[in-house]
Design a protein around this ligand. Structure first.
Ligand code: ATP
Length: 261
């Protein structure tokens, strides 16, 4: 099977409203991604060059992918996700070709190109030798040759910023870096409120505060809500109650088996 013969393109339906606890990050992304794509002429007239790309770094499951998807839907741009480890798996020459195809697609219409696990392109550089070095060169070439009038923005994500080579942070490449932190308890409550806004919950305020205390990341909260929905369905109830969340959190914390991911 040819590697990424055709890049995956999606219309995202995630909105900023789905994302909790990251208000400041969202404001920042609106300024640097949404405004320039929405008001290109104004930016050009004022001679302001918005960032071509942004690096999002932070722990797993904190919403980096969600932010990229929401940015795409906010400006009605295509969401083009590329998992860098998949790209690296290609044969010599094939990976570069796939990368060129991805950039060609992204340049054609308003797009958010999401390069996930970007550290992988550097992390294995020594072992993989020539192939990976060529891929890095190709990536830089593509980034450096995006025409000024192309409506594409690159969002790259990593859980391991220490492995990211600073050469990718040069102006015109990923010229902005934003840290996505683990959510605070207040942030987790915000995520929970948004994730459950269409659900009926018994003793909602108190119960959600309790769940926020007992969960860690946004991804875990999503799993807890899904698990609680299953538990409620199993008892034939339309309303989620504390035992449903207790069950869901227990199965989450006792390992992957039987948990909802
Ligand atoms: P990874 O680094 O592992 O790829 P990520 O940071 O890209 O993770 P996402 O894939 O965006 O994380 O999040 C996983 C899921 O967790 C989302 O689909 C969403 O349901 C939930 N989630 C994570 N963070 C948030 C958040 N801040 N607000 C709402 N939901 C969140």
């Amino acid at each position: 099977r040819p590697l990424m013969a055709r890049p995956a393109i999606a219309k995202s339906t995630v909105s900023w409203d789905d994302i909790g606890g990251l208000g400041d990050v969202i404001d920042r992304l609106k300024e640097v991604i949404v405004w320039p794509l929405q008001h290109r002429d104004r930016f050009r007239r004022l001679g302001i060059r918005p960032p071509r790309g942004v690096l999002l770094h932070g722990p797993p499951g904190t919403g980096k992918t969600m932010l990229a998807k929401a940015a795409a839907s906010e400006v009605s741009a295509s969401f083009i996700p590329v998992a860098i480890p998949d790209l690296i798996k290609g044969e010599v020459g094939e990976s570069e070709k796939a990368l060129v195809a991805v950039f060609e697609t992204a340049k054609r219409s308003p797009s958010i190109l999401f390069l996930d696990e970007i550290e992988a392109i550097f992390g294995v550089r020594e072992q993989a030798g020539e192939t990976v070095r060529k891929l890095v060169s190709q990536l830089f070439l593509e980034m450096d040759n995006i025409p000024d009038d192309a409506s594409m923005v690159i969002l790259a994500a990593t859980n391991e910023p220490d492995l990211v080579d600073p050469s990718i942070l040069r102006a015109g490449r990923l010229d902005m870096v934003i840290h996505i932190p683990r959510p605070s308890e207040e942030g987790r409550l915000d995520i929970l409120r948004r994730a459950t806004r269409h659900l009926q919950i018994e003793g909602s305020d108190e119960l959600l505060a309790w769940v926020a205390q007992h969960s860690l990341s946004g991804a875990e909260i999503r799993s807890a809500v899904r698990g609680a929905c299953y538990a409620a369905i199993q008892r034939g109830s339309r309303t989620l109650a504390k035992p449903d969340f207790t069950r869901a959190l227990e199965s989450l914390h006792t390992g992957p088996e039987g948990s909802f991911c």
